[in-house]
Design a protein around this ligand. Structure first.
Ligand SMILES: NC(=O)c1ccc[n+]([C@@H]2O[C@H](COP(=O)([O-])OP(=O)(O)OC[C@H]3O[C@@H](n4cnc5c(N)ncnc54)[C@H](OP(=O)(O)O)[C@@H]3O)[C@@H](O)[C@H]2O)c1
Length: 280
């Protein structure tokens, strides 16, 4: 068990998105257990050592892959309060407030004894929300959860950070969805770290821009994915970026984009032009 996130294995600020392991919310078909092992191994070997698992089947797939590889110790695992079991084509379900037995359940599904970063997706009932935050805080105090993350908190909820030991703020951020920039800046001011998700808007926004570009689809996707990933990752408010990738080639391509660094002014203009064309 560890009480602090150990990032030694993470050389890149990318996090493998949990939706890589399910059929829903992406473009390519779902991957099977053997492909999941190959994907996790490929990520770890290239310095992508943080893994998100939003949904229950994602926890099971990642846990099995890390156990098969015997590489749990190299991984930093994120887990969330989505508990529904589902298969291909089925509804992925809604978040539910953490309950007393849920940390054991998450750990069992992930085949681990601790969660590195537990994300609290808010629930509507304020009393339930308060109760789940108290419970999550107690898990941090016990050492079975290293850090807590808040999903997409509105700016006016930052008072909550005084009562709950949140150290991360996580929210979608890409050229179509930019609101989180302000939240990230505010989180940084409170000493928290920030994680953007969804640089390609599930891949659907990437396809939208590629289709509008007038460039043949394959090379358009290659060029525009590079621009979109660097737009999200190198925003001044962002520390890490969660991206889902079912294909090994996406891991290689996205790692190469990280190595290029921030967008140049010319690349920013190109992205802005593409956005304008796609929205006209
Ligand atoms: N946005 C939210 O509401 C939300 C909520 C909770 C958690 N998250 C976390 O954020 C993660 C990422 O968000 P997301 O999955 O919604 O969207 P995303 O990462 O923006 O997009 C993923 C899609 O982009 C494609 N892709 C990845 N790299 C590519 C490349 N180099 N070239 C071409 N296509 C590429 C993937 O294709 P393939 O289909 O081939 O893999 C996948 O369909 C999730 O997996 C999850 O862990 C997001």
């Amino acid at each position: 068990m560890q009480t602090q996130i150990d990032s030694r294995a993470a050389k890149l600020p990318l996090v493998l998105g949990g939706h890589s392991f399910i059929e829903q919310l992406g473009n390519d078909p779902a991957i099977g257990p053997e492909e999941a092992v190959a994907l996790v191994s490929h990520c770890l070997d290239r310095g992508i050592a943080w893994f998100d698992t939003t949904y229950m089947p994602e926890r099971v797939a990642l846990g099995a892959a890390l156990a098969d590889l015997d590489r749990r110790d190299e991984a930093t695992i994120l887990a969330w309060n989505f508990f529904q079991e589902f298969g291909p084509g089925e509804n992925v379900g809604e978040p539910a407030a953490y309950g007393d037995a849920d940390l054991d359940r998450l750990c069992e599904e992930l085949k681990t004894d601790h969660v590195d970063l537990l994300v609290v997706h808010p629930v509507e009932d304020p009393l339930e929300q308060r109760r789940q935050e108290e419970l999550a805080s107690s898990w941090v105090a016990s050492g079975r959860v290293a850090e807590l993350g808040a999903w997409a908190p509105p700016l006016d909820l930052f008072g909550r950070f005084e009562d709950v030991p949140y150290s991360w703020v996580i929210a979608p951020f890409n050229p179509f969805t930019r609101r989180a920039h302000e939240v990230f800046e505010a989180a940084r001011a409170l000493g928290a770290k920030t994680m953007a998700t969804s640089p390609f808007g599930r891949g659907w926004d990437l396809e939208r821009l590629a289709a509008a570009s007038g460039v043949p689809m394959r090379s358009a996707v290659a060029q525009i994915s590079d621009l979109m990933l660097r737009f999200s990752l190198f925003d001044s408010g962002v520390d890490r970026l969660v991206v889902s990738m079912r294909r090994l080639e996406w891991v290689t391509a996205n790692a190469a984009s990280v190595a290029k660094g921030p967008l140049s002014p010319r690349e920013h203009r190109r992205l802005a032009d593409l956005l304008r064309i796609s929205q006209s």
